[in-house]
Design a protein around this ligand. Structure first.
Ligand code: ADP
Ligand SMILES: Cc1ncc(COP(=O)(O)OP(=O)(O)O)c(N)n1
Length: 266
């Protein structure tokens, strides 16, 4: 019997170490039984310790990949990850503006947990023009500081930052708390213009957190493709990343990746 699966697209970079980027996104889509498609933006030489080199693809090559997917398949939801530079961000923004009925999760990837800068300095202004297309925008603590122009040290700061960033035009914003080293680690703040609330799961005591941000945004995308509302998709994604962190993988000498297929890891 022919099965028609939901389809999701990730527009993101490659992580040679397999923990973040397009590799994490496609594993997350697969876990949710969503067919994963991809448009590669750049190639990072990366492992659990950091990023040693980045090579960008030409904007035309990226748009060709997106177009190949959209002209042939019905895509219910997409996410953007590492977009790297201004020409890539502008080309992707122009393409996404023309889409109808596709939920867009924008992960404004700028800095990795290992401290690697993942976007050119002059690309941040361009990224702000992509934000109004977001069904859900998922900045981490440091990205939220850049986008809101305020320092974030407390839960109250996370809330005011989420409200300020919502003003940039996203339908909903999640300020993620994984970058804290206190009880806020693992608490996220959701704001959609009406509801301001915490997304709380248990805090997992592990250093192997590589790829959590990519995994969360990909899981939101998969759940949107499955037909859930943005808030329900965010809650389910938060549960998923927490389980994957619970079974994170001790690989490499730095921060290992999360266990995307945790039910198999017993
Ligand atoms: N130690 C942890 N325990 C529970 N949840 C965590 C932990 N670290 C990160 N998370 C969750 O992982 C997701 C990604 O957040 P974060 O790590 O801040 O993003 P990024 O990888 O983009 O820096 C968020 O839902 C966050 O709450
Ligand atoms: C290719 C690539 N894309 C995105 C990231 C950032 O990943 P993230 O999930 O935010 O996790 P950390 O890198 O902070 O662990 C990346 N590193 N590489």
């Amino acid at each position: 019997m022919a099965y028609i699966p939901p389809v999701a697209l990730t527009i993101a970079g490659s992580d040679s170490g397999g923990g973040a980027g397009i590799q994490a996104d496609l594993r997350t889509f697969s876990f949710h039984a969503v067919h994963g498609t991809s448009a590669l933006t750049c190639i990072t030489a990366q492992n659990t310790q950091g990023v040693s080199r980045v090579d960008a693809l030409a904007p035309e090559a990226i748009i060709a990949q997106i177009e190949a997917v959209f002209t042939d398949m019905g895509v219910q939801a997409l996410k953007t990850g590492m977009l790297l530079n201004q020409p890539i961000i502008e080309a992707v923004t122009d393409y996404l503006k023309g889409l109808v009925d596709v939920d867009c999760v924008i992960d404004p990837v700028m800095v990795s947990r290992t401290g690697a800068q993942l976007i050119d300095d002059n690309a941040i202004a361009a990224l702000k023009k992509l934000i109004p297309l977001a069904t859900v925008l998922t900045p981490n603590r440091y990205e939220a500081e850049i986008l809101s122009g305020q320092s974030i040290k407390t839960l109250e700061h996370m809330k005011t930052a989420a409200q300020a960033i919502h003003g940039l035009g996203a339908k909903a914003v999640i300020v993620k708390g994984g970058g804290f080293d206190n009880e806020l680690r693992g608490i996220d703040v959701w704001y959609d213009g009406t509801t301001l609330t915490k997304l709380t799961t248990s805090c997992i005591d592990t250093a192997d957190t590589h790829g959590t941000g990519c995994t969360l945004s990909a899981a939101i995308t998969a759940n949107l493709a499955l037909g859930h509302t943005p808030f329900e998709a965010a809650k389910r994604a938060k549960e998923y990343v927490t389980q994957a962190l619970n079974y994170s993988l001790r690989i490499g000498t730095g921060q290992g990746p999360v266990g995307h297929f945790y039910p198999l890891l017993t």
